[in-house]
Every structure is written in structure tokens, then in C-alpha cells.
Design a protein around this ligand. Structure first.
Ligand SMILES: Nc1ncnc2c1ncn2[C@@H]1O[C@H](COP(=O)(O)OP(=O)(O)OP(=O)(O)O)[C@@H](O)[C@H]1O
Ligand SMILES: CC(C)(CO)[C@@H](O)C(=O)NCCC(=O)O
Ligand SMILES: [Mn+2]
Length: 915
């Protein structure tokens, strides 16, 4: 794709659907009044754009639209006139299809220019660290998003409409105006039988040709991609218990892939493109849905599945006990309750179909088919000595009972030798594989750490389906939220996670496990997010062992733990909404958005409470990030903006006094005071309920002083003496001073200004280069990389060391500072730099950090992680290749008890020298 970039950039790009209210003709004619507009792009995502002349620093990962010199094409009276954007650089999409006997699966990719601002901080970082991420052509893969959508094959017109409304068939370009490009882009990769059957229909309706890819090739390519590139794609499901498994890419083959679509294919996979279809069965998903429809009169697959959840198969199935007069047949290992013959009971009863409960029929049928597939899969695994069986296809539909039955069959027959595993993207294997068959998309090179899965927080999913019209408008999104809630409570309901009693241990499987009363919402629409491909993400190079690294400290698979944190977030919500609404001026519009945000986020929390792994493996870091993402989705760019500003100002005002105080001390007490200061200042955390209550009781400075006065050693975890020894004894050869320290900073205000900056200054004074690592996007009151240079410039007015270092680090190039003419020659000229961490969350997952942080880490020999999010919730147990100091105040009673057997406001100073 990279090769065609220039060509595409020369093409005028046309955007078909832009809301007319948003882009008024007049503005377009004046062509410079529009500061932003919205282009619908995928599930409820919004795209906005600065004009080049008046570019707003919307911090963010959101792509932006260049509407300069925009022109209406064609009839201006049209409701949705086509708008030509000559200066908009390429934003294309690719689509691939898997048209099966029952369902059509779509995978589409939307890509956009990396429009991250090249601010002075970034420029200086690039210069200092000698790396560049500005040139995206140096990356084999381009950033963008992979979306997953499905439709029923019998409703193929809905699918065609969807493709048309999103212009997916012409690479994001309107065919009418893209001339030559239509041909070039008028080919869609497609697999499944429908690629043949519906080729003419696609040509007729969309003017595109389907480029047919072999179905088995695609299934295998899709499965291999998912298993290698997506963390925790596979999971086991036994007796209601779901567990994610991480498969090592070099320990993946061989395996048996069982794709349960309408029919079932069993494929032995030995490598990329190396496979053989070893078996299949015509008793599959189509059988369940088809027979079930006839026997129960259900109108939809989900209705049928839902019925099964209230069923009792004993009224249909003939059990061993029915045959043996209530006895087990223990000699061959069969309990009385084992099913001897599915549906067998109905032969001895003189009942008509109508006299059986549809619920029982559905359950009996589901069990029969699942068990049968599990058994055939086992036999094939045995045939080829395969230990792992991955089950895909939409028959599974993330349904607990189906998975339990299959797992049971595999486990029972193989005596636990073979393992059944399921895939989160279950039904999308073929479509993904077809997508992969596009040449030069670069996806093969994609690595786990470059993929971020995001769940649209307020997206147009209703009843598990995604349909147009696109929600480009926040109003629509908000009113849709209300619909979602209504719909959500209808279809999203708890399924017990704990197994019900009833199995005999003798191979009996008479009472369904994890059956619940209502069906969980459609897995494929709600359980699979949008995959963001971010080529600039890297694994933090200083992790001692990335394979062993687990960012989260607390295990949320412990249900009480999950409940606790979900409750915390829930209780925090109204306060957060107040802040968010205030940050946007408290207007009516902001209030509506705040309300919708609160509802959307509560719905997600409620869903997670019922179904903790709804969005994949859940950790506290994800949960906290989800909140920030959700805020951003409702356009709250920086909810704590004014609080941060106020706290920065208040802290900067007392900084000079603090520096004087520090400078009057000897080295040893200064170091202690500095660490104390960091711990004390970490009390300013708007993410902590307890602290927020505290803030009502005093000014920032009062609280900071109070906090510092209460600092008495030993702290709960207190390795200060070791750290001090390393620092003060650093003059000998064996332990030279640190060359470069990375300081992962946390909050704005006192935390950064009175805590971390003075510590940075001390390191600089000792000749250690300092890199401040801060968030890329706002999260709570965390300081961002974009905000830091201004804070440093202010602080530098009072401090030569900071000023010189910031100058050397290129941070002060155009800042207006009053230089006081003091002794330059005394201060060593090591740089102070700022890099972004690549995150927009209070926590940090070091498996996915920005490339500039990765570059800065190369020469670092000291890490200081500060704050609850970065040093406690995540990374407390992380091991590094260099010295590491973890500093935080524990601002939560439960966490304090759990992690350090201590109390709220206890402090942690954990020093881990590299051995
Ligand atoms: N909403 C749904 N509508 C219809 N079937 C569904 C739905 N959700 C799950 N299913 C089940 O999934 C099956 C289809 O799975 P899948 O999409 O993997 O196969 P397919 O590609 O359509 O079939 P094949 O590969 O055999 O041509 C259906 O037969 C049915 O059992
Ligand atoms: C025909 C396909 C491959 C179409 O996806 C699938 O439905 C299937 O594998 N059916 C089972 C056919 C058999 O092997 O008995
Ligand atoms: Mn299929």
C-alpha cells in the first residue's frame, strides 16, 4: 500500500456522506471557516479535523479531516451532497468478505494519515534520541482499524446497503468521481460459497467483482493470524469457567481447526499455508438452526438458542438409566444419567411434537450437535495425534453451554489428553483470511504489541446487529444510547458463572451447565471490538522478560475483586460527570453528553459485572482505560483540564521556596526529603475517592504540607536506604552515577511540580540525563507529555539547573523565560527531555509503548515509576533490565491491605537494583 500513497494523494478525494447540518455550504465556499467537521467512520467513531491554517491542538489519536478548499460536487440541493476534499490525504478502506451458507462476514480496514502534531517537544525528542516516527513509509504497516461485522446471508441486501453506505467497495472513494480508481479498487476479496453464488449480484448492485479466495486457505490464514497476533485470542471453557490462554507463536503447530459454520470442516494445520482438510460433518450449525426452526417455529437463531436455556433435555433424551431401570452401567463407565440416545425418549411416548416444550427440543438438539462435533473432532485429533483443537465458526456464538458441551466431549473421550479451545473472533476466520490475501497490506508483519482492541463505548449496535445510518452526530449517538439501554436490558442478562450441581463424574452430562435464563447479547457484535493497528507501538525494551510480564497487579478474575472495582468506578461516576461537564463549559450540550456518557459507561460496567470477560481478558488497567475512552467518545477531551491548571499554578507558586529549602540541606537529607516529597505529593489523585473527599478540606498547599508532615519512616515498603546507598555511593567506579533516568510521572499539580520535578533536578545536578515519561492523552488529572514543556518552562524560571537541562534537551527553544545570570559553568549540561508513553490511561502496559519511549529507554539505566496507576495497579511486580524505583502512596484501603498488608495513605518506596 505504501507505494501507492503518492498516487492516491494526488487524487482528489471525495467524501460521500457528510451531514449537511455540519458542513454548511457557505462555510465550504468560504473554505476557511470550518474548524472541524465530522465524518462518519466506523462504529460510532468520530473524526475531526483542524484546518491547516488554524490547527487546533486536539490532542488525540483521532484522525482528522482536511476540509480546506472543499467543494460540493453535483447537485447542491441534494440531501447528502457529495463533497470533494482536494486536500484530504488518503483515507482508504479495504473490505473482505466471507459469504457462507448462513452468514456473511465482513472485515474492513479503515486507514488514515497519522496526523499527530509535530510540536516542539516531539521535534526535540527526535533530535536528541535520534529516531523518527514522522515518516510512516519507514513502517511496513500503516495505522488503521480493522472492523468486524456480520449479516444473515438470507438478508444479503442489508449487507449490500451497509457496504454501499460506507463506500467500502471502492476503497473509501466515491466511484462516480474516482474514474480510473474504480477499476483498481473495484475488486473485493471474497471467500465462502457465496463468493461464487453472489458474484453477479455484487457486480450488479455495487459494480464490483469478487476476487475468490479458497475457503480453507482463508480459514487457516485467519486462525493463524489471530493466534499469533492477538493476545488472549484463545480460551478454554469448561463447566462454565472461561480461561484465556496465551499460545506461544513458536509452539502453535500442529493443531486441529474445527470450523462450525452451517457445515463443519476439520483441518489439520501444520504451519502457515500448510494444512489439510482431514474431515468434516454435515451435522453442524445449519442443522441446529434448520431443524430447530422446523421443530420449534423460532424466527431467529438467537431465539432458538435462548429457548435452549430454559430447557430440560431429559424430557427428550433417552438416558442410560431409562434403559437400565435407573441403574448405572458402571462396567463401561456410564452413569444412569448419561444420555444414551438423543431424542430417544420420544419413541416410547405417544406424544405429538406440539406436546413437547420447544425449550427442551432446542436444548436436546443443541447438546446432540455440539457433543457430536466434539466427539468427531476428538477422533480426528486422535487420528493425527493432535493435542490442541481450536473451534471456530458462528455456531458457537460465544455460548457457554455449546462450548461446555464440546469441551466435555473432547475431555471425556480423550481422558483429558486433548484440549478444546475457542476463539474470540470465532466466526471471522474466513473473512480475516480473505482480508490477509490482499497483497501488500503489510498485516503479516504485524506484531501483537501493535494491535490495540477498542470497544466502541457508544456504538450503533442494536440487538447484536450493526446497521446504518452511520452515527456521525452525537445527538444520534445519545438517542441511540437510550435505545441501547432498553435493548441492552432486554438481551443482556446474567448467565451463572459457577457450575450447577448435577454431573455424576461418570461421564454423565444430563443437566446443562452454565445455562442461565436468557441469552447473552450477540457475541460477534458486542464481544469483538475494533482492532486498532498502531505501527508505532513497541514493547518496552527494558522489561526483563516480556513473556513473563503481566501489567496488572490485581487479578480481576477473582469475582469479589472485580465487584469491588466495578463498584468504585460506579460510585465515582457522578463526580466525574460533573468535572467533565464543567470542563466543557457546563453547557446544555455538555450536560447531555455527560448524561449519555454516564449511561454508556454504566451499561458497560453492568455488563462486565455479569460477564467479566465480555471484552476479552479484563484487568484493572483496561477498566480504567475504558473509562477514559468512553469520555473521549462523548467528546470530553480533558475533563480535569481546569483542575490541572489550578493545581499547576498553585504548586509553581511555592516551588521556589521548596527549592531554597532543599538547597540548604546536605545531600543525604535532601535525597530523603525529595523522595518524601514525591510520596507526599502523590496524594493529589482525582482517581481516588478518599482523596477527592480530602480536597474539600484544605488548599492544595495545606494538604501537601500536611501530607509531608505525616511522612514518617519506615514506610510500608521502604527500600530508601538501598536507593540512597546507590545514589550517594555512586562516585566509585563500580557504581558510577546513572547515565539516564526515565521518570514515569503521574499527576499534575503538586505531584509533578513539587514531587517529581525536584527529584529530576537532583538527578540532573548529579549528571544523570532525565527523561520525563508522561501520558500521550489526558486521563484523570495525569499530566500529559504535551503539557509538560510549559510546566517545565515555568519551573525553569526559578531554577538554573532545570533551565539549562531543559535548554539542552530542546524543551525551551521558544519559551520566554527570564534568565537569571547565575553560574552556568557549575551546572552540568545534561539534558532534560520529555517523551510520551503512548497511553491515555492512568495505568501503563509496558508491552505497548510509544516508539519514542522505546528509543529513550535504550540508554537508560534507572527507571522511576511513580503513582498508583503506574507503580501499583500496574507494574508493581514488573522486573526490569536496569535499576528500578517504584514510588507511590496507596490511596485506597482495600488495595493497601491487599498489596502491602497496610492502610490507606501508606507509602511504597520499592527499590530493585539490577542484579
Ligand atoms: N444470527 C445468526 N443467524 C443465523 N445463524 C447464526 C446466527 N448466529 C449464529 N448462527 C449459527 O452460525 C452458523 C453459521 O456459522 P458461520 O457463519 O461460521 O457459517 P457459514 O459460513 O454461514 O456456513 P458455511 O461455512 O458452512 O457455508 C449458523 O448455521 C447458525 O448455526
Ligand atoms: C461446504 C462447506 C465447506 C462450506 O463452508 C462447509 O459447510 C462444510 O464443511 N460442510 C461439511 C461437509 C462435509 O464434510 O460433510
Ligand atoms: Mn463458512
Amino acid at each position: 500500500m505504501a507505494g501507492s500513497v503518492e498516487k492516491e494523494q494526488q487524487q482528489n478525494q471525495v467524501i460521500g456522506i457528510i451531514e449537511e447540518e455540519k458542513l454548511q455550504k457557505q462555510d465550504i465556499e468560504n473554505n476557511n471557516n470550518i474548524t472541524r467537521t465530522q465524518l462518519e467512520s466506523g462504529e460510532g467513531e468520530r473524526e475531526m479535523a483542524p484546518t491547516p491554517a488554524n490547527s487546533m491542538h486536539r490532542s488525540g489519536s483521532r484522525p482528522q479531516l482536511d476540509v480546506s478548499k472543499a467543494e460540493i460536487q453535483g447537485n447542491e440541493e441534494e440531501k447528502y451532497p457529495t463533497i470533494l476534499l482536494p486536500n484530504q490525504s488518503d483515507d482508504l478502506s479495504h473490505l473482505a468478505l466471507d459469504i457462507g451458507g448462513s452468514l456473511i462476514k465482513l472485515v474492513y480496514f479503515s486507514r488514515h494519515e497519522d496526523q499527530s502534531v509535530d510540536d516542539k517537544r516531539k521535534r526535540s525528542v527526535k533530535e536528541r534520541l535520534g529516531f523518527s516516527n514522522g515518516n510512516r513509509r519507514s513502517y511496513p504497516i500503516l495505522g488503521g482499524r480493522l472492523h468486524f461485522v456480520k449479516f444473515e446471508t438470507r438478508k444479503i441486501n442489508e449487507c449490500l446497503d451497509f457496504i454501499h453506505s460506507k463506500q467500502l467497495h471502492c476503497g473509501g472513494l466515491e466511484p462516480r468521481y474516482s474514474d480510473g480508481l474504480t477499476d483498481q479498487n473495484g475488486i473485493i476479496k471474497a471467500t465462502g460459497g457465496g463468493a461464487y453464488k453472489y458474484a453477479d449480484l455484487f457486480k450488479e448492485r455495487l459494480g464490483v467483482s469478487l476476487d475468490k479466495e479458497d475457503e480453507m486457505d482463508c480459514l487457516v490464514a485467519g486462525a493463524n493470524f489471530l493466534l499469533k497476533a492477538i493476545r488472549h485470542e484463545a480460551f478454554t471453557h469448561m463447566e462454565g469457567h472461561k480461561e484465556f490462554v496465551q499460545i506461544e507463536p513458536n509452539d502453535l503447530f500442529p493443531y486441529l481447526l474445527v470450523n462450525i459454520g452451517s457445515g463443519v470442516s476439520m483441518i489439520k494445520v501444520d504451519g502457515d499455508g500448510k494444512f489439510e482438510r482431514v474431515s468434516g460433518t454435515n451435522v453442524g450449525g445449519g442443522t441446529y438452526w434448520g431443524l430447530g426452526r422446523l421443530l420449534t417455529k423460532c424466527k431467529s437463531f438467537d431465539e432458538l438458542l435462548e429457548l435452549s436455556q430454559k430447557g430440560d433435555n431429559r424430557s427428550m433424551d433417552m438416558l442410560v438409566g431409562d434403559i437400565y431401570g435407573g441403574l448405572d452401567y458402571s462396567k463401561i463407565g456410564l452413569s444412569a444419567s448419561t444420555i444414551a440416545s438423543s431424542f430417544g425418549k420420544t419413541i416410547s411416548e405417544k406424544k405429538e411434537l406440539e406436546e413437547y416444550r420447544p425449550e427442551d427440543i432446542s436444548l436436546s438438539l443443541l447438546r446432540m450437535i455440539s457433543y457430536n462435533i466434539g466427539q468427531i473432532a476428538y477422533l480426528n485429533a486422535l487420528r493425527f495425534r493432535l493435542k490442541r483443537i481450536f473451534f471456530g465458526g458462528f455456531f458457537i456464538r460465544g455460548h457457554a453451554y455449546t462450548m461446555d458441551t464440546i469441551s466435555f466431549a473432547v475431555h471425556f473421550w480423550s481422558n483429558g489428553e486433548a484440549q478444546a479451545m475457542f476463539l474470540r473472533h470465532e466466526g471471522f476466520l474466513g473473512a480475516l483470511g480473505a482480508f490477509m490475501s490482499y497483497e501488500k497490506h503489510g498485516l503479516d508483519d504485524l506484531m501483537v504489541h501493535q494491535l490495540v482492541e477498542r470497544f466502541p463505548m457508544g456504538a450503533p449496535y442494536t440487538g447484536g446487529k450493526i446497521h446504518g445510518p452511520p452515527l456521525g452526530d452525537l445527538n444520534e449517538k445519545i438517542s441511540w444510547m437510550e435505545k441501547f439501554l432498553r435493548k441492552g436490558t432486554e438481551i443482556t442478562a446474567p448467565v451463572p458463572m459457577t457450575p450447577l450441581a448435577g454431573t455424576t463424574g461418570l461421564g454423565g452430562f444430563e443437566v446443562p451447565l452454565s445455562k442461565g435464563s436468557t441469552l447473552r447479547s450477540d457475541a460477534s457484535a458486542l464481544n469483538v471490538g475494533v482492532l486498532h493497528l498502531v505501527p508505532t507501538l513497541e514493547v518496552f525494551p527494558l522489561l526483563a522478560d516480556p513473556k513473563l510480564y503481566e501489567p496488572n497487579t490485581i487479578d480481576l478474575s477473582d469475582h469479589s475483586e472485580l465487584e469491588y472495582w466495578l463498584t468504585i468506578l460506579s460510585e465515582h461516576l457522578s463526580d466525574l460527570v460533573d468535572k467533565a461537564v464543567a470542563s466543557e463549559g457546563g453547557t446544555d450540550d455538555a450536560k447531555r453528553r455527560g448524561d449519555a456518557f454516564a449511561r454508556a459507561f454504566s451499561a458497560h460496567l453492568a455488563r462486565l459485572m455479569e460477564e467479566p470477560s465480555a471484552y476479552g481478558k479484563l484487568g484493572l488497567a483496561n477498566l480504567l482505560e475504558m473509562r477514559e475512552e468512553c469520555l473521549r467518545e462523548f467528546q470530553f477531551v480533558d475533563a480535569y483540564r481546569s483542575i490541572k491548571q489550578r493545581e499547576n499554578e498553585a504548586s509553581l507558586a511555592v516551588l521556589p521556596d521548596l527549592l531554597v529549602e532543599l538547597d540548604s540541606m546536605d545531600e543525604e537529607s535532601r535525597l530523603l526529603t525529595l523522595i518524601e516529597g514525591v510520596l507526599a505529593a502523590n496524594i493529589f489523585d482525582w482517581g481516588s475517592r478518599a482523596c477527592v473527599d480530602l480536597y474539600h478540606k484544605g488548599t492544595i498547599i495545606e494538604i501537601y504540607r500536611m501530607s509531608r508532615n505525616k511522612m514518617c519512616r519506615p514506610w510500608r515498603v521502604d527500600d530508601f536506604d538501598d536507593f540512597k546507598e546507590r545514589m550517594l555511593g555512586a562516585r566509585n567506579k563500580k557504581n558510577p552515577r546513572h547515565k539516564r533516568a526515565l521518570l514515569f510521572v503521574d499527576n499534575s499539580g503538586a505531584d509533578i511540580v513539587l514531587g517529581m520535578l525536584p527529584l529530576a533536578r537532583e538527578l540532573l545536578r548529579r549528571g544523570t540525563e532525565v527523561v520525563l515519561v508522561a501520558n500521550s492523552l489526558p486521563a484523570l488529572n495525569d499530566v500529559t507529555a504535551m503539557e509538560l514543556p510549559d510546566i517545565i518552562a515555568e519551573a525553569a524560571k526559578h531554577c538554573d539547573i532545570l533551565r539549562r537541562a531543559a535548554e539542552v534537551g530542546g524543551l525551551l527553544v521558544d519559551a520566554m523565560i527570564n534568565t537569571s545570570n547565575s553560574s552556568k559553568e557549575n551546572s552540568p549540561s545534561v539534558p532534560l527531555m520529555v517523551v510520551e508513553n503512548g497511553c491515555g490511561s492512568p495505568c501503563i502496559d509496558l508491552r505497548q509503548v510509544s516508539s519514542e519511549l522505546a528509543a529513550a529507554a535504550k540508554d537508560a539505566d534507572l527507571l522511576i515509576l511513580e503513582g498508583m496507576g503506574r507503580a501499583l495497579h500496574t507494574n508493581l511486580n514488573a522486573r526490569f533490565k536496569c535499576d528500578a524505583l517504584k514510588l507511590a502512596m496507596v490511596k485506597n484501603q482495600r488495595l493497601a491491605e491487599k498489596l502491602v498488608k497496610g492502610n490507606i495513605y501508606d507509602c511504597i518506596c520499592k527499590y530493585e537494583p539490577v542484579s
